[in-house]
Design a protein around this ligand. Sequence first.
Ligand code: ATP
Length: 251
Amino acid sequence: MSETPLLVARNIHKTYGRFVALAGVDMALARGERRALIGPNGAGKTTLVSVIGGQQPGGAGGTVLFDGRDISGATPQAIARLGIGRTFQISRTFRKLTVLENMLAALLGNGGGAFALSARRLRELRAPALAMLREVGLAEFAREPAEAISHGDRKRLEFGMVLATRPRLLLLDEPTAGMGLAERSALMEMMVRHIAERDITLLFVEHDIDIVFRFADVITVMARGKVFAEGTPAEIAADRAVQDIYLGARH
Ligand code: ATP
């Protein structure tokens, strides 16, 4: 791992009217690390991810540096082009398009700007699109409409689509939400394998503590718009204050 962090968030503030969603968050992600963001409902996790990804209308206070470059207030498109990919709590696939067409759309969007839509370009992208579907275990569903596959498979598709944009940092918001125990574990193992193979840095929001402790190198605990604690899984597990505010409430 290199010395300079890949991502630095400094003193991030976000308010909705009088409500303070983020009250001065500082966080730094080392290159290649897998960071989990946990905390009670409403702690500000999704808001923080949205600020980093540029999806906060009206922006936020503070500074976000990606690979040393100030991306605060940049558009989601510009941020994506720089190498930050994001998935959402609710899958954002094109439900009426087939699985293969969804993947083609992700690959077409890769070059930035408008889709360079031509029959030739589509033909060229067919093989890479099918290869990516194979990588995420969806090749057999290539011709199915995205709305016909299972929730878990849509999560795989969404992951494959973001992977196709070749991100250096991935922001995954509750990647395993709404899935059964065994399915969650298999999805997470698949994602982490691809992430490790490509040297991608990961920030993921997750409520399933078992998943967090198994897959995170470092855990940031948020509460009421602030970083409440940060440490390795062992450190966080041993932190009494964290147990009281978060883990205690669950066990
Ligand atoms: P969860 O685990 O439930 O997803 P979270 O930690 O991700 O929670 P956020 O979604 O970031 O929390 O929300 C933080 C707080 O900001 C919540 O109290 C939420 O109601 C509020 N909030 C989020 N978005 C908006 C908005 N657009 N307008 C007003 N309040 C908002």
